[in-house]
Structures are given as structure tokens and as C-alpha cells.
Ligand binder design. Structure first.
Ligand code: BGC
Ligand code: CA
Length: 433
């Protein structure tokens, strides 16, 4: 069955029942079904079965956390299931190149103990999270420290490797801009998971750097982190006072501001595009319009996303925003991470896009990026898109903590899901089936 069609009919019906001719916009003379006005208000969705409602996964892509293989069963749960994230490989590579360029330009002053080795430490977010894996790989690839296994760069943390003996990484070599050769070594890396199991844990990263620096501090020339939450915690715990360049990811406002104080760089994963897409796809399904309305093609209000800022991969049913490097050269343009996308800021007309109710969860209410950047953007976009969103914050540890709070899916018109573990798509879709 073609759900898009169903919703199309439903929205046209709604217009006829409610707001007269105004809402005929987009109905294009479609008269194949009589209107059913029982669905007049958002949330009263008696006629659409839960398993036919739109489901948007975001930030954590349904996939096998060991192999990275996409979970296409979840991603094709129904015709209106999509993933919204960003291009993890392009972003990881960009982060690695940003670090490499910095090392090349500053090698002589970076080598704090003058041993000819540029030593770095790496904070790993979550060993089973594809974004985290891509960033670890991108850093190792650019710095020449990568080891391959079965055609993939090994992304496991090394623990400590101050003597260069680990077989999970190798020593890299770089010719600095001044012509001198240096060795690059991954001195230490660790998954930053706290005792209760929460990953990407900022406090754990700060503590890890404290203990690394007290045992081999003079070898640490560069600090790299899979995200800014952990990066800022490391910067504040040690590297700021010791003038050791620290690189993160996410371009959260506090991290961008810290660039003025020596934080070396971060990557914007284009969160405004992602937050917009997360809610816009739901909106388009509700309205029964082409799924790329207001995305690839301008909507009636003038909203559109430029081609260079995202890609849609049809086989993967996934929209990916493109990443941008943020360094001392351009950080002024990124000071507020919650700024809306330049050409997607216009309010939709209520008659064509009537209010709908959405259930949305964030896997961990304490996640730095999601709570300080992504959710504030979602909250701005829900108004512009006429959506009433119920935000649920998880504990970052167990799926049940979140799924328990989706007691009555029939109350909602659509769902936006951020899983604790990327393997757990079925924990959500089973509630709708
Ligand atoms: C962000 C991290 C965040 C994670 C949560 C990543 O894309 O870069 O900062 O902790 O998503 O899933
Ligand atoms: Ca050194």
C-alpha cells in the first residue's frame, strides 16, 4: 500500500473539512477518496495504523555495532522510515586532515620534549558507534598511524602505547612545512565510558587525560577527541594550561568560543541541516507532499537546502549532512551552533501544514552535543513546521528507560528516534508493529 497516497488524501480531506479552499493547495484536483474528517487535530490519529506512521531515526544509524553493517530491516520498517545524520566518513577524514595540517604547520614548537616524535592522545566516544569509529579511523588515516584488518582501519583503542609497541596502530611519519621529518605516535587512546555505562563521557575523558599527563605528560603534544564534550573536558583539565592543541568534533558553541583561548579546532556536522531534516521529513509525510519538499525543492514558504550541504542515499534510506572544518581561520562564522540554516527559517502555513504531534527521544539527556546544539535547533524548527513535539530524554544506558515512555504510540502522528545502541532499532519498531 502506498502510504504517501493515503496521507495525501487525508490532508486534502482535512483541508476541505476545516479551512475551505485555502487548504486545497497541493491537492491537485485529487478526488479519488471522500474526505474523512475524524483526523482533524494532531494526535488524533485513529485512522492511521501505528505501523504506517513516519519513523525518523537520527544521530545513531540503525546498524550492527560490531561490523557497522546497516540494519536495513529497521531502515525499511515502512515506506516512511528514514535516517538523518551526517556523512561520518567525510567528517572523520576532515577531522584527521585538520589535525595533520596543524601538525605540519607547527611541528617544531609542538614537539615539547624535542624527541622528534609528535605524540597524541585520543578520546574515543563509543567503540560501537559508527560516528566514533569513523573519527578514530579518519585521525589514524591522516596521521599515518592506521593499521588495516580485513580491508578496514582498526578503530580499537590502544590503551597506552608510549613505546610504540601496540599492534593496533603504527608510528606515522610526516614532513613538516619547514622540511623536517617527524614521527607521529598515538601514545594512548581509550573509550570514554563511565561506570554506569554511558559513552562519550566528558568527565571520564578529563580524568583520563589527567592520569595520562601525570605519567607521560611531556610526551603529549596534541590531544584529539571524537567529540567536543570530551575535548573540552580535556582542554579544561590539562591542555589549555599546558598549551597543548586540542581538537574535537561538533562545533558546539562553547568549543567554538574556546578557539579564541587555544582550542585548536573542531568540525561542524551541520546540525541545523540535520535538525531541520529530522522534522521536515515527518512534515512532508504528514502533508502527503513529495518527500524532498523544502529540501531539494523550495517549498511555498521559500525553505530549501543547498545541494552541497547534504546527500540522500536512496539504498540506505538515509540523508547525510556534510561536515565543515572550524579552526582559528573561520570560527567567527560558527559562534552560535544553534543558528538556523540560512535558507530554512520560514514558518509554514497552518492551513496547508496543520499541527501534528510527534514523539521524539534523545538517547541521553546529558549528551553534550544533543542537548546543547541539536535539541535547541529542533525546538526552533518544531514551531516553524507546526509540530508539537514531546521530547523524551534517556539515561544513555538502557533502551527500556526510553521505550517505557512510549506507552501509547496511537497518541502520536510520527516518531523521531535516537537509540542508545545502534543495534536496537527493533526495540522501537516493535512497539509500532
Ligand atoms: C556527536 C557526539 C554525540 C553523539 C551521540 C555524535 O554525532 O558527535 O558528540 O555524543 O553523536 O550519539
Ligand atoms: Ca615529542
Amino acid at each position: 500500500m502506498d502510504l504517501t497516497r493515503r496521507n495525501f488524501v487525508k490532508v486534502c480531506g482535512l483541508g476541505l473539512a476545516g479551512a475551505g479552499t485555502v487548504a486545497l493547495v497541493g491537492c491537485g484536483g485529487d478526488t479519488e477518496q471522500p474526505a474523512d474528517d475524524s483526523a482533524e487535530t494532531g494526535g488524533d490519529t485513529g485512522e492511521v495504523a501505528n505501523n504506517q506512521k513516519p519513523v525518523i531515526f537520527f544521530n545513531r544509524q540503525p546498524s550492527n555495532s560490531t561490523t557497522g553493517e546497516l540494519d536495513m530491516t529497521t531502515l525499511s520498517f515502512n515506506e516512511n522510515t528514514y535516517y538523518v545524520g551526517f556523512d561520518a566518513t567525510q567528517g572523520g577524514d576532515l577531522q584527521g586532515e585538520m589535525v595533520l595540517n596543524y601538525i605540519k604547520a607547527h611541528a617544531a614548537e609542538l614537539d615539547r620534549n624535542g624527541d622528534g616524535i609528535i605524540g597524541y592522545v585520543l578520546a574515543v566516544g563509543d567503540i560501537g558507534h559508527n560516528d566514533s569509529i569513523a573519527r578514530t579511523r579518519g585521525t589514524r588515516k591522516a596521521l599515518g598511524t592506521a593499521v588495516e584488518k580485513d580491508g578496514n582501519i582498526v578503530s580499537d583503542p590502544v590503551g597506552t602505547n608510549t613505546d610504540g609497541s601496540s599492534d593496533l596502530v603504527v608510528d606515522g611519519k610526516v614532513t613538516a612545512d619547514d622540511g623536517k621529518e617527524y614521527i607521529i605516535r598515538e601514545l594512548a587512546s581509550q573509550e570514554m565510558k563511565n561506570q554506569s555505562g554511558a559513552t562519550w563521557d566528558a568527565a571520564t575523558a578529563g580524568n583520563a587525560l589527567q592520569s595520562w599527563s601525570s605519567s607521560f605528560g611531556d610526551q603529549i603534544d596534541v590531544v584529539v577527541s571524537n567529540n567536543d564534550g570530551m575535548g573540552m573536558s580535556m582542554f579544561n583539565a590539562w591542555s589549555k594550561d599546558n598549551n597543548v592543541p586540542t581538537f574535537g568534533y561538533d562545533a558546539n558553541s562553547d568549543a567554538v568560543a574556546a578557539i579564541a583561548e587555544g582550542y585548536a579546532g573542531t568540525i561542524s556536522q551541520n546540525p541545523a541541516v540535520q535538525a531541520y531534516l529530522t522534522l521536515r521529513l515527518l512534515r512532508n509525510v504528514f502533508d502527503g507532499v513529495d518527500i524532498n519538499t523544502g529540501i531539494a525543492t523550495e517549498d511555498d514558504a521559500g525553505n530549501v537546502i543547498a545541494e552541497e550541504d547534504y546527500v540522500y542515499n536512496e539504498d540506505q534510506r538515509s540523508y547525510y549532512a556534510m561536515n565543515l572544518a572550524v579552526t582559528a581561520d573561520n570560527y567567527q562564522d560558527f559562534t552560535d551552533a544553534t543558528t538556523l540554516y540560512a535558507t530554512a527559517q520560514s514558518q509554514l502555513d497552518e492551513s496547508a501544514s496543520p499541527n501534528k504531534k510527534v514523539w521524539l527521544d534523545i538517547y541521553n539527556a546529558a549528551d553534550n552535543f544533543l542537548s546543547s546544539t541539536y535539541q535547541p535547533l529542533l525546538e526552533k524548527y518544531d514551531d516553524l513546521l507546526n509540530l508539537t513535539v514531546e521530547y523524551i530524554g534517556g539515561d544513555g544506558q538502557t533502551e527500556a528507560n526510553i521505550t517505557n515512555r512510549l506507552g501509547n504510540p496511537s497518541e502520536y502522528d510520527g516518531f523521531a528516534i535516537n537509540m542508545v545502541k545502534t543495534d536496537n532499532g527493533a526495540s522501537y519498531t516493535s512497539l509500532l508493529a
